[in-house]
Design a protein. Structure first.
Length: 318
């Protein structure tokens, strides 16, 4: 199984032996052995015995909590993490050194290369858009050359912003018009594509937070993203190159019509767009199938960074 998704508000969870059991009223609805679980994602308000949380923590099974309606991040529970104080000291010491600039340049460079590769790949199969997608990929590739020469993080951020501008102009064109995707809109998302992008970016971010904390690094102290109160800047750093993989995942979901417009609903005066409750199960299944292939890559990047911080090992991004 790997990941256990719990998204049903009438459930009560109990611990029975080495398994979690699910009850609705007095009726047992199902059972999952703890041995099959690596992480748990809980949506909304359910009843759960503290003995289950104790057992999950002692078995190093992380729990991510999402709000019930809009699927916003609410919190995370870890079991035992590595208590490597020396690793964290090294992480902090390198924030104001050339190490930070080198890491930042590599992060931006890899993200932009993946953007260009993704657009070219789509262009290979979309004849009507091929010229525009190739032209945009070339523009991003020209920016990559500048990234490799920049000695300043602020300039790197400006270059990344320039690439994002042309990338999203092309990215919006690869989706059908009925999805009403005209650009990146975050708070709140206003169309199905933005809704899925935001949700997937959120879950990815906190999967990376989990990997960072489990290895013993501090997710708050980053190198490319500035340190801000309440933000996991190191997780933001490591997520950046994988955002393009999320974009590709979302594109394939709509291309193959795994999710459609009727899987979403709009609410309020600002017409915020969210997944319907009865469609979230489909999304979680799609996400999990994709994430199973991606998680080894996420873990590898975190491990590589930890090695680099501690002893100057091989580059984080090759």
């Amino acid at each position: 199984m790997g990941t256990l998704y719990i998204d049903r508000k009438d459930l009560e969870l109990k611990l029975e032996g080495k398994a979690i059991t699910f009850y609705a009223g007095n009726k047992r609805e199902g059972i999952v052995p703890l041995a099959l679980i690596k992480r748990v994602i809980i949506v909304g308000n359910i009843k759960i015995e503290t003995s289950i949380l104790h057992k999950l923590a002692s078995n190093n099974i992380s729990v991510i909590f999402l709000t019930g309606k809009r699927l916003h991040f609410a919190g995370i529970l870890h079991g035992r993490v590595r208590r490597n104080g020396l690793l964290r000291l090294a992480q902090y010491e390198k924030v104001r050194t050339q190490f930070a600039l080198k890491i930042s340049s590599e992060i931006v460079g890899k993200k932009l290369r993946k953007q260009a590769e993704f657009l070219r790949k789509i262009g290979d199969t979309r004849k009507a858009l091929r010229h525009e997608l190739y032209r945009t990929a070339m523009s991003i590739e020209n920016i990559i050359k500048q990234v490799e020469e920049q000695p300043d993080i602020e300039i790197l951020r400006g270059l990344e912003g320039s690439a994002a501008s042309v990338y999203y102009k092309a990215f919006t064109q690869i989706f059908p018009s009925h999805l009403e995707f005209r650009g990146r809109v975050r708070r709140p998302p206003t169309d199905p594509v933005n809704a899925l992008l935001s949700l997937t970016y959120t879950i990815l971010h906190f999967e990376i937070v989990r990997e960072i904390e489990c290895i013993g690094l501090d997710p708050i102290i980053g190198y490319y993203h500035s340190i801000e109160y309440g933000r996991e800047s190191l997780a933001c750093d490591l997520v950046e190159p994988f955002r393009v993989d999320v974009d590709h995942f979302v594109y394939e979901v709509f291309k193959k019509e795994k999710l459609r417009t009727n899987d979403f609903t709009k609410e309020g005066n600002n017409e915020a767009c969210y997944l319907r409750k009865d469609s979230r199960r489909k999304y979680f299944s799609l996400y999990e199938s994709w994430a199973q292939q991606q998680r080894p890559l996420w873990r590898e990047e975190v491990e590589n960074l930890a090695r680099r911080i501690s002893d100057g090992a091989d580059p984080l991004f090759e």
